[in-house]
Design a binder for this molecule. Structure first.
Ligand code: ZN
Length: 510
C-alpha cells in the first residue's frame, strides 16, 4: 500500500467511525453516564429528536401540567397508527406519575430510542405503542411524588382532580388501548421492614388488577398466562421478580382494589391493565443504570408477551368490552375484603443492620410471612341498573362524568322515569383494606322521577358501566361518597342519584 492510499484508508475509517457514532443515539441518561437524571428540558428535546430521526415515531402533546409544562407522548407504529385495529394491538405505557420514581421515564426513553434505531421491528408488526415517558413533569423537576397542586396522580383516576390525569385519560379515550402499563418504583426500605431487620429486594414487580368488578377472564389470563411468562423472562435476564405485594412483614397483600389508581382506573374499563414496580433507591441516581435496564427489560417482556399472545388479548378484551354493553343486570360488588389462604409467603429479602440514620446490608435470606392475605373476597353485592339519573343540581358529578367521556343524555322538563331512590338511614365508618370507609345503611324505595331541565340520564350500557356503578352507588367502597371532593353526599336522607330501569314497560315515557 502506498503512503497515499494509507492516508485515504485512514480517512475512510475515520469517516465510518464517525458515521456509526452519529447513527447511534444516546439517551440523555446514557450521555450523562447514568449519573444524572434526565431533566424535563432534555425529555422534551429528546422525544422531538426521535420524531425527526425515525419514521416509526410521532411525538405529540398529551396535555399541560399545573405549572404549564407541555407533557409529550410518542406514537410508535410501523404504519398508520391505530389504522389496523383488527390485526394490531394498541398498548399504552406511561411512566412517572410519581415524580420521585424516575427509572420508568429513563426506560421508556431508551425503549423509544431502540425503536427509532430499528430494533424490535418484529414487535411493530403486531403492536401500535403509545409511550408517555413522564406524566408528572412538575413533580419530577422537584423529585417529588405529587404534582404541583400536591395531588397524588395515582390517586386521581376516578375523581380526575389534576390536569395531568385528565390528559392521560383523554389519550386513553382517543385510542382505547387494550393493554395499559403504569410504571412506578416501590421503596424497598420502609420502616416496618427495617425494624424487622430486612429490606425487600425485588428488582421488578408486576401488579395485576385486583378489583372483583374487573373482567374475570382478563384477571385469570393475567394471573395464569402473563405472570409465569414475566417471571421466566425477567428472572432469566438476571433480575429478581415477584407479583406486586404491599404491606409490612406483619401483613402482606396485593395492592388496593380502588379504581382511583392508574392500573384499576383503566382495568375497570375491561383493559388488560398492569402496574410495574421497579426498585427505588436511597438517592435519585443510586444504581440508576441497573434500575433503568431492569425496567426496560420488564417492559420489553410485556411487549413480547403482547406479540406472542396477540390473538388471545384481542379476543379476550374485545369480548370483555362487548359484555360490558350487552350483559343483562350484571352483578356488582359493592364492598370487598381480604382473606388469607393456607399458603405461607416465602420471599427473599436483604438483611440490614441499622447504623445511625442509615443501615448496612448483610446477606440475602428467605423469610416466611404467615400473615399473607392474597385473596380478595366479595362482601356486599347489588346489580347494575339500566341507567342512573342525576339531577341538574349535582353539577360536580355531571362535570366529572363528562371529563370521563361518559355518554350522558340531557333530559327535558317533565320526562318521567321509574326506578329506585336510595334512602340513607345512617352513615358509619368501617375498616376495609386497612383504611376506613364510609358505609351507608340504606333502603331503596320505588321512584317516579319527573325530570327537571338539566337533569341527566346516564345509560350504563357503555364502556364505563362498572366505573359508573363504582362511582355512583352510595354503598360502593370506592364510590364518590368516599371522597372529600364529594363530601356533600355524606348525609342521611334521599341520595341524589336515582337508579333507573328502562326495560320496565312503564319506565320510559318520552
Ligand atoms: Zn409510584
Amino acid at each position: 500500500m502506498t503512503r497515499n492510499s494509507k492516508f485515504i484508508l485512514f480517512f475512510i475509517c475515520l469517516f465510518l467511525v464517525s458515521c456509526a457514532r452519529d447513527a447511534h443515539l444516546e439517551t440523555p441518561l446514557e450521555r450523562n453516564n447514568f449519573e444524572e437524571l434526565t431533566s424535563y428540558a432534555d425529555v422534551l428535546s429528546f422525544v422531538q429528536k426521535l420524531d425527526r430521526r425515525s419514521e416509526f415515531i410521532t411525538t405529540d402533546t398529551l396535555g399541560i401540567s399545573v405549572e404549564e409544562r407541555i407533557i409529550p407522548y410518542m406514537k410508535i407504529s410501523s404504519g398508520e397508527f391505530g389504522e389496523d385495529r383488527l390485526n394490531k394491538l394498541i398498548v399504552l405505557l406511561f411512566a412517572q406519575q410519581h415524580g420521585n420514581e424516575p427509572s420508568g421515564k429513563e426506560a421508556v426513553l431508551a425503549l423509544a430510542r431502540d425503536f427509532a434505531e430499528g430494533k424490535h421491528t418484529d414487535l411493530l408488526e403486531h403492536l401500535d405503542i403509545l409511550l408517555v415517558p413522564q406524566v408528572n413533569p412538575d413533580g419530577a423537576e422537584r423529585h417529588e411524588r405529587r404534582n404541583a397542586d400536591n395531588v397524588d396522580l395515582n390517586r386521581s383516576h376516578l375523581i380526575l382532580n389534576a390536569p395531568e390525569t385528565i390528559a392521560l385519560r383523554n389519550l386513553f379515550h382517543t385510542w382505547e388501548p387494550y393493554v395499559t402499563v403504569d410504571i412506578h418504583e416501590y421503596q424497598p426500605w420502609t420502616r416496618s421492614w427495617i425494624e424487622k431487620g430486612y429490606i425487600r429486594l425485588f428488582d421488578e414487580q408486576y401488579g395485576l388488577v385486583t378489583n372483583l368488578n374487573t373482567d374475570e377472564t382478563i384477571r385469570l389470563f393475567s394471573e395464569r398466562e402473563f405472570l409465569p411468562y414475566a417471571e421466566r423472562e425477567i428472572t432469566g435476564a438476571g433480575y429478581t421478580f415477584h407479583n406486586y405485594i404491599v404491606g409490612s412483614p406483619d401483613r402482606i397483600r396485593y395492592s388496593t382494589t380502588s379504581i382511583n389508581d392508574g392500573r384499576l382506573g383503566f382495568g375497570i374499563l375491561s383493559t388488560f391493565s398492569l402496574i410495574l414496580e421497579g426498585k427505588n433507591a436511597r438517592t435519585p441516581t443510586e444504581d440508576l443504570q441497573r434500575r433503568t435496564e431492569a425496567q426496560q427489560h420488564a417492559l420489553l417482556t410485556l411487549l413480547n408477551f403482547c406479540k406472542d399472545k396477540k390473538a388471545d388479548i384481542l379476543s379476550i378484551v374485545r369480548s370483555a368490552r362487548r359484555n360490558l354493553i350487552t350483559m343483562e343486570d350484571p352483578e356488582f360488588v359493592l364492598t370487598m375484603g381480604r382473606q388469607r389462604d393456607t399458603s405461607v409467603l416465602s420471599i427473599p429479602v436483604l438483611e440490614v443492620v441499622p447504623v445511625n440514620d442509615d443501615y448496612e446490608t448483610g446477606d440475602t435470606v428467605i423469610v416466611d410471612i404467615e400473615n399473607y392475605y392474597p385473596l380478595v373476597v366479595k362482601e356486599e353485592v347489588t346489580t347494575i341498573p339500566d341507567a342512573y339519573l342525576i339531577p341538574a343540581t349535582e353539577d360536580r358529578i355531571i362535570d366529572l362524568l363528562e371529563k370521563h367521556n361518559i355518554l350522558i343524555k340531557r333530559l327535558k322538563e317533565g320526562d318521567v322515569y321509574r326506578g329506585e331512590y336510595f334512602i340513607i338511614r345512617e352513615l358509619r365508618t368501617i375498616e376495609l383494606e386497612e383504611t376506613e370507609i364510609i358505609f351507608s345503611e340504606l333502603r331503596k324505595e320505588p321512584a317516579v322521577h319527573i325530570a327537571r331541565d338539566g337533569d341527566v340520564l346516564v345509560p350504563t350500557n357503555q364502556l364505563h358501566r362498572l366505573m359508573l356503578a363504582t362511582a355512583l352507588e352510595p354503598q360502593s367502597m370506592h364510590g364518590l361518597l368516599q371522597y372529600n371532593e364529594f363530601r356533600h353526599l355524606q348525609q342521611t336522607g334521599r341520595y341524589p342519584v336515582v337508579r333507573i330501569e328502562l326495560s320496565d314497560v312503564a319506565g320510559l315515557v318520552e
